[in-house]
Design a protein around this ligand. Sequence first.
Ligand SMILES: NC(=O)c1ccc[n+]([C@@H]2O[C@H](COP(=O)([O-])OP(=O)(O)OC[C@H]3O[C@@H](n4cnc5c(N)ncnc54)[C@H](OP(=O)(O)O)[C@@H]3O)[C@@H](O)[C@H]2O)c1
Ligand SMILES: C[C@@H]1O[C@H](OP(=O)(O)OP(=O)(O)OC[C@H]2O[C@@H](n3cnc4c(=O)[nH]c(N)nc43)[C@H](O)[C@@H]2O)[C@@H](O)[C@H](O)[C@@H]1O
Length: 311
Amino acid sequence: MEKNAKIYVAGHRGMVGGALVRRLQQASYQNIVTRTSKELDLRNKEAVDAFFAEEKPEYVFLAAAKVGGILANNTYRADFLLDNLQIQNNVIQASFDQDVKKLLFLGSSCIYPKMAPQPIKEEYLLTGPLEATNEPYALAKIAGLKLCEAFRDQHGSNYISAMPTNLYGPGDNYDLQNSHVLPALLRKFHEAKENNALEVEVWGTGTPRREFLHVDDLADACLHLMLHYNGKEPVNVGTGEDLTIRELVELVRDTVGYEGNIRFDTDKPDGTPRKLLDVSKLADAGWKYKISLPEGIREVYKEAFQSAPVA
Ligand SMILES: NC(=O)c1ccc[n+]([C@@H]2O[C@H](COP(=O)([O-])OP(=O)(O)OC[C@H]3O[C@@H](n4cnc5c(N)ncnc54)[C@H](OP(=O)(O)O)[C@@H]3O)[C@@H](O)[C@H]2O)c1
Ligand SMILES: C[C@@H]1O[C@H](OP(=O)(O)OP(=O)(O)OC[C@H]2O[C@@H](n3cnc4c(=O)[nH]c(N)nc43)[C@H](O)[C@@H]2O)[C@@H](O)[C@H](O)[C@@H]1O
């Protein structure tokens, strides 16, 4: 990818897209094209076709998607399936029509079977039923990676797919209903400390295990894959380490400095019991994460709550 190549980052205002733009700029890529969803609704095929015909990007990072935590996925099930299918179909088809040289599609670790052996290898895809809370989203993501594979099979298109584990970092969503667990916990513990609240409510039993990757590490991995990986199969992107939600809760509590009680609301869903990624394929491609979870949480807490108010 030449330094003056035209690169379209879809979803640049999101957590992942924002990190990708920062990483590309840091690496001196000068010709980055972006559009907000207001300027270009990627669900609209005509608008997407017109944008690609006009801009003719050479490389595409597809980081635009309808995204949310366990409750959002489980509540807006039709939107998560339909919006994501439309966005990815339109962008991948237009990339083909306009001869994009290479495209990176972002999926998610929830594509794998709920009871997949751990750690999860890429080859476990489609070997068992999905987790119910995010089945529509996972199905859309599976369709996206399969569409990339099908274009490669039928037309030789160099479209690759990255499957990140749970992410966190600057630009995360802190809405308590729709967010993922880490930003939700940071906000809950911060507000409980500020208000001297007696307890903090945490969803589920605390027993599920999750793996977390800082989004700046993810962006670095995506650039690495764009530069060095040309395989058909998706590549897992994570740390290869996980912890229980209870352990995460304690880590966030200690980072924030909250001293009250924790209550687990077991009426809320746990989701999949564990989704630890096997990252040996990524390691073979020459990449490893840099930001440890305690360090990342400290940095994000400082950035989101101790310097400027949360939007
Ligand atoms: N967050 C995670 O934990 C996680 C984990 C694994 C994989 N991923 C994957 O990483 C990618 C990015 O996730 P994220 O966390 O960065 O999500 P995010 O912060 O919610 O950002 C998503 C972006 O997509 C854009 N978008 C949504 N609908 C659109 C539409 N109809 N037209 C145009 N743009 C649209 C939004 O643009 P505007 O801001 O302009 O509205 C937004 O900036 C997704 O593919 C997701 O599956 C995320
Ligand atoms: C990366 C994303 O992961 C998502 O699954 P998933 O890890 O369960 O998504 P999260 O929403 O991060 O939840 C992870 C775990 O944390 C628990 N949890 C505890 N307290 C909270 C809280 O206040 N908020 C939230 N959100 N969770 C909380 C939740 O019950 C679940 O067991 C998928 O739904 C998406 O499709 C996507 O793949």
